[in-house]
Design a protein around this ligand. Structure first.
Ligand code: HPA
Length: 248
C-alpha cells in the first residue's frame, strides 16, 4: 500500500484539486459499500495526496445520501491516515462572513436518520469513542500552521452546526443555532467527523463560508450561484495550504 500524506474530501463547489499532478484513479470497495466516486491520487507540490468528491464528481449525492462510512473507509484502505475535510458552509456569527476560511474546533450535530456509526455491523464491538474534541487537535494545529506559512487567512476555531438539509434552514432555526453557540452551518460535517474518530483517522475541517446563513447578513435570498462564486473566490490559496499540510 502506498503512503498517502493526506486525504482531502471536497465539498460543494470543490470537485477536484487544482495542481494535483500524475493522477491515478482508484475505484475502491469497502465493507460499508461504495464511496461517492473514484479516489484520485496524485502529487501536489511534491506530496502524495488523495482526493475524493464527497457529493460525487457531478454533485449527484445530497448530504443525507452520502455513504460517509464508505468514503472514510476507502481513504483509509488506500493508505491515508490524515483527512482534511473541506466543507462549504453558511456563516452565522460576526467573524464568519462569506469567503472566510475557518478551521472549527467544535461541532453540534442536528442531523438525523443517517448511519452514524461503524458499530451496527454484525460482529463489530460497540465503541464509545471520546468525542469531546471532535477534530483531531494535532491535525488542526498543523492546518493552522500551514495556513500561516502559505499566507492563507484562516479563522481559528468556531462551532460547526451540522443540519440535515438538503433544504437550507429557516431564520428561526439559525437563530436557535446561534443561541446554541454555532458559528457555522453546513450539512455534511456529521457523521463524517465521528466516523473518522471511530476509524482511528486524524480528521480536521476546513470550512469555506459561501453565504450568510438564513436571517444573517442582509437577509437576501441564498442562491446556488452566490454559493459557488464565493467558494471559488475563497479557494484560491487551498492548493498551497494543502501541499504544505501534506508536507508537515
Ligand atoms: N446552510 C447549510 N449548509 C450550507 C449553507 C447554509 O446556509 N451554505 C452552504 N452550505
Amino acid at each position: 500500500m502506498e503512503h498517502i500524506s493526506l486525504a482531502v474530501i471536497g465539498g460543494t463547489g470543490v470537485y477536484k484539486l487544482a495542481q494535483l499532478d500524475d493522477v491515478s484513479s482508484h475505484q475502491v470497495e469497502t465493507r460499508y459499500g461504495t464511496p461517492s466516486g473514484p479516489i484520485r491520487v496524485g502529487t501536489l507540490l511534491g506530496q502524495r495526496v488523495a482526493f475524493l468528491a464527497r457529493h460525487g464528481e457531478g454533485h449527484s449525492l445530497p448530504p443525507h445520501k452520502i455513504n460517509y462510512r464508505a468514503n472514510l473507509a476507502a481513504l483509509q484502505q488506500i493508505g491515508a491516515q490524515r483527512v482534511l475535510a473541506l466543507n462549504t458552509v453558511g456563516g452565522i456569527t460576526e467573524h464568519f462572513g462569506p469567503r472566510v476560511l475557518a478551521c472549527p474546533d467544535q461541532l453540534i450535530d442536528y442531523t438525523w436518520g443517517r448511519i452514524s456509526t461503524l458499530c451496527d455491523e454484525p460482529g463489530t464491538d460497540v465503541l464509545h469513542v471520546d468525542f469531546g474534541h471532535p477534530y483531531t487537535p494535532m491535525l488542526r494545529s498543523k492546518v493552522l500552521a500551514a495556513a500561516k506559512v502559505t499566507g492563507v487567512r484562516l479563522q481559528d476555531g468556531g462551532c460547526y452546526g451540522a443540519t440535515q438539509g438538503p433544504r437550507l434552514e429557516t431564520n428561526a432555526e439559525i437563530a436557535r443555532m446561534r443561541r446554541d453557540g454555532c458559528d457555522l452551518v453546513g450539512m455534511t460535517g456529521m457523521p463524517e467527523a465521528s466516523l473518522a474518530r471511530e476509524l482511528g483517522l486524524d480528521y480536521a475541517c476546513l470550512a469555506i463560508v459561501a453565504n450568510w446563513a438564513a436571517g444573517c447578513g442582509d437577509g437576501d435570498e441564498i442562491t446556488m450561484a452566490e454559493v459557488l462564486a464565493n467558494v471559488d473566490a475563497a479557494s484560491s490559496g487551498l492548493p498551497e495550504l494543502i501541499g504544505e499540510l501534506a508536507r508537515g
